[in-house]
Design a protein around this ligand. Structure first.
Ligand code: NAD
Length: 322
């Protein structure tokens, strides 16, 4: 089943995901990589070329020519459009190959992914599946991500070469088999992802405000987290992305707000949730309140290009030592 692989987008998530692919595909398979930021590609080659062949390409077009499987993870829908539909350098500029499997892992609108996927299918450029991820950089590094897949689950009788079996084969290199969620049709993976992120992006702010309030009322920060962890306010974000430095050792806040998920990207994800809710007649009260704070944090030099949990510095107006 393994031929050559292509990976597009070596950012916070993609770098680690591509690393897992390189470690898990046979040494006879080549991993072709592309990122608009070439130093990321060069760093990747120096870190992984000892494991098996890694080749930097000059465009997605060049990467697609030689790859039976393409995986991408870039920030926005415009970036995904550029990767796939750009007529000069995108995947559409490569020769047709309807068997090419394309797993697109970015968090973007379901409608955009349907448009891109249907365009590629109609032009014979490959089978495109939305496969957004959850778990953040630690899970990307450990190969334990969750995937929300815009495709049907493979059946027991499915042959190893079927599309669903091929998706399963690739994604189990990156995530836990029990965390592959087959959501049915193109765009459905993203519909699930956007609902999840509606929660995680609002929760992070809620936790920051609740922790600040409790600490100012005299509760020890670690004790407060322990109380919440063992009570009804417990959440993944509080336990793993707690915004108070020193409370959770592995959280970005305890590691100089190391990424993680950029503050500016909170606006994108929460905006996706607001739009998705309105499209089906749900009033997104919580996200509409939260996005106003995220917009301010995204302009705050203490939060820009840092993990979103740096909203802690913004809401507490903490002056940092330079
Ligand atoms: P990032 O900004 O760290 O990395 C994105 C990478 O894509 C960068 O290296 C950038 O140079 C590259 N890129 C941008 N446009 C490109 C193009 N046209 N062609 C090739 N490369 C291009 O972002 P990230 O944190 O890795 O997030 C990527 C996506 O994954 C986003 O949609 C995000 O919402 C989603 N996501 C992120 C996390 C997280 O914890 N960081 C978790 C789940 C999902």
């Amino acid at each position: 089943m393994d031929g050559n692989y292509g990976f597009v987008g070596l950012g916070a998530m993609g770098y680690a995901m591509a690393g897992n692919i390189r470690k898990k595909i046979p040494a006879t398979s080549t991993l072709f990589i592309y990122d608009v930021h070439r130093p990321s590609c060069e760093r990747f080659v120096s870190e992984y070329e000892a494991i098996g062949p890694v080749v930097i390409t000059g465009s997605v077009k060049d990467l697609a020519i030689t790859s039976e499987v393409v995986v991408s993870i870039v920030p926005t829908a415009d970036n995904v459009r550029q990767v796939y539909l750009d007529q000069q350098n995108g995947l559409s500029a490569a020769p047709k190959n309807p068997q090419r499997l394309i797993l697109e892992c970015s968090t973007i609108e379901s409608a955009s992914t349907r448009e891109i996927g249907e365009t590629l299918k109609a032009s014979g450029h490959g089978h495109y599946v939305d496969s957004p991820v959850s778990g953040g950089v630690p899970a990307a590094e450990a190969g334990t991500l969750s995937f929300m897949i815009g495709s049907e689950r493979p059946s027991e009788s499915e042959s190893a070469g079927s599309v669903a079996a091929r998706i399963n084969h690739v994604l189990t290199m990156l995530g836990k088999p029990e965390k592959l969620f087959w959501c049915g049709k193109l765009g459905a993976g993203l519909a699930a992802k956007i609902s999840n992120n509606y929660i995680s992006c609002t929760f992070l702010l809620v936790i920051a405000e609740a922790m600040a309030m409790g600490i100012r009322n005299g509760i020890d920060p670690k004790l407060l987290q322990e109380v919440i962890h063992n009570s009804s306010g417990q959440s993944f974000m509080g336990d793993h992305v707690n915004p108070v430095p020193g409370v959770v050792a592995h959280a970005p806040s305890s590691n100089n707000w190391k990424l993680g998920f950029k503050t500016q990207m909170m606006i994108k994800d929460i905006g996706l949730g607001i739009d998705a809710a309105k499209q089906v007649g749900i009033t997104p009260t919580m996200a509409e309140a939260a996005i106003e704070v995220w917009k301010k944090a995204a302009k705050d030099p203490r939060c820009i290009d840092r993990d979103g949990s740096s909203v802690w510095l913004h809401i507490n107006d903490i002056k940092e030592d330079k």
